[in-house]
Design a protein around this ligand. Structure first.
Ligand code: GDP
Length: 461
């Protein structure tokens, strides 16, 4: 599966966001990185400079001897680099034209355009990081809140890797015993072996369960919790939206190709990233065509993991409110009794009795109880975690699907042992679990999976 270092050509890409910034970085990795950089750089002989040094000079187009930009070039020689290959980073002035020109020069002089995620892929293939760490690189880039970033950094440092490797070791130790027992069958050796496998399976399942418990929160931290704000006209939906999207909470995202209607707005509520659904629909509550409004809110409801249902508590419960309460009954929701400053006709206690949901009384206009609302949202989603400071989380579908698969295989082992099926047959699933756990870290992952995974990365990473 693993290609050797020498099969790699030298790749180049712009590693900073495309646009006008103070500085852009064009990065190269591979055997010829220093040689290629040297062809287009005037200021020092990069092939002679010590590793991990930075050099001032000019990027020139060797064909026409023309200066393209003034720049600082960093030379990092293998193996102490991100990819474990030679890396050169060219810091140039941040315009699109200049940065592209420099990239073109590198391509003309022997580098190949990098595929998305190829730098990180090389770090993986060259054994510097495992798949969970590679995924965390992507997560750090995309992290929407500080907490999400912390979890991703924990994973980059190998937290999840360590846990998975420890589980695999447990299985391997038992397998070693099994092999011995099968090779030297003695009186009741089979039974001893079977019991060992069952005991280990139970122990590993416990550890898998602990990790799976973090999966829901981990996924939310990574992707955002899809949240719909619903309620009758004039109840305060856009006021709540404005409060949530005020600058210190708003998370600016750059999703290419989005239109106003499908724009995803993210906000951070005490570390929980909320992905607000159909905020355009809320902005346009005066929709002339009422039908579209209804269809929209139903669509928003369908996608929601969390519903914030607003009710005007100064007016009492209307039929339309009752309808919405019914429609959202099977969703995780918080009922917000708004406009409490105008006097409340409904008490949170009564509403809780009626619906069984968390209820909070607020005045969005006067910003009363909004901090408590945020606490409630946060509590709702971190209550499942035994230790809310848990830094090691399962943060994506791939990881949790494989953990579940390994768990199923181990359960099969236990079933087989308990129903007296021969040891060598029970062992098939035991081996399977070992492989499945290896897929999480990439120790036994097929090539297609690895290629697919890295293709989700952004260019230059
Ligand atoms: P939407 O139609 O649900 O989006 O409601 P808006 O957010 O546009 O609010 C409708 C009106 O109610 C506006 O004039 C708001 O200022 C007002 N409003 C919102 N929240 C409160 C509140 O808590 N108390 C009072 N008194 N007025 C509020």
């Amino acid at each position: 599966m693993v290609q050797t270092l020498t099969e790699f050509d030298t790749i180049a890409a712009i590693s900073t966001p495309i646009g006008e910034g103070g500085i852009s970085i064009v990065r190269m990795s591979g055997e010829d990185a220093v040689k290629i950089a040297n062809k287009v750089f005037k200021g020092a002989n990069l092939e002679k400079v010590p590793t991990h040094t930075i050099h001032y000079g000019h990027i020139i187009d060797p064909k026409i001897e023309k200066v393209i930009d003034e720049s600082m070039v960093t030379v990092l020689r293998a193996p102490k680099t991100f990819t474990r290959e030679d890396i050169v980073e060219i810091n140039c002035h941040g315009g699109i034209v200049v940065t592209n020109h420099i990239l073109q020069l590198l391509l003309e002089n022997g580098a190949r355009m990098a595929d998305p995620g190829e730098f990180t892929k090389r770090a993986f293939v060259n054994g510097r990081i495992d798949l969970t760490q590679a995924e965390s690189v992507m997560d750090i880039v995309r992290a929407k809140t500080d907490k999400a970033r912390q979890v991703a950094v924990g994973q980059l440092e190998g937290g999840l890797l360590e846990k998975i490797r420890a589980m695999r070791q447990e299985i391997l130790d038992t397998l070693a015993n099994v092999e011995v027992n099968i090779d030297y069958p003695e009186y009741d050796a089979d039974q001893i072996t079977a019991n060992q496998m069952a005991t280990t399976s139970k122990s590993v399942i416990k550890k898998i369960d602990k990790l799976l418990k973090t999966a829901q929160e981990g996924t939310i931290l990574r992707n955002g919790l899809a949240t719909a704000i619903v309620g009758q006209p004039n109840v305060g939906k856009s006021s709540l939206l404005n409060y949530l999207t005020q600058s210190d909470k708003a998370i600016v995202t750059d999703v290419a190709g989005t239109t106003r209607d499908t724009l995803e707005e993210y906000v951070s509520v005490k570390g929980v990233p909320l992905k607000l659904i159909d905020t355009a629909g809320i902005h346009h509550t005066d929709d002339k065509v009422e039908k579209i409004g209804v269809e929209r809110s139903q669509k928003a409801l369908k996608q929601a993991d969390l519903v914030l249902l607003l009710i005007d508590s100064s007016k009492g419960l209307s039929d339309a409110d009752q309808e919405l309460i019914k429609e959202t009954a099977n969703k995780k929701r918080i009922i917000i009794l708004n406009k409490a400053d105008l006097g409340s006709k409904i008490s949170p206690q009564d509403m809780h009795k009626l619906t069984g949901s968390d209820v909070i009384s607020t005045s969005i206009l006067k910003e009363e109880n909004l901090d408590e609302l945020e606490d409630l949202i946060n509590k709702l989603f971190f209550s499942g975690i035994e230790n809310s400071n848990e830094q090691i989380m399962v943060t994506n579908q791939r990881q949790s699907a494989l953990l579940k698969k390994a768990k199923r295989e181990l359960e099969e082992v236990i079933n087989a042992v308990e129903s007296g099926i021969p040891v060598d047959i029970a062992q098939i699933d035991f081996n399977g679990a070992w492989d499945t756990l290896g897929e999480i870290t990439g120790d036994s992952a097929p090539d297609e999976l690895i290629n697919q995974l890295f293709s989700q990365f952004c260019l230059g990473k």
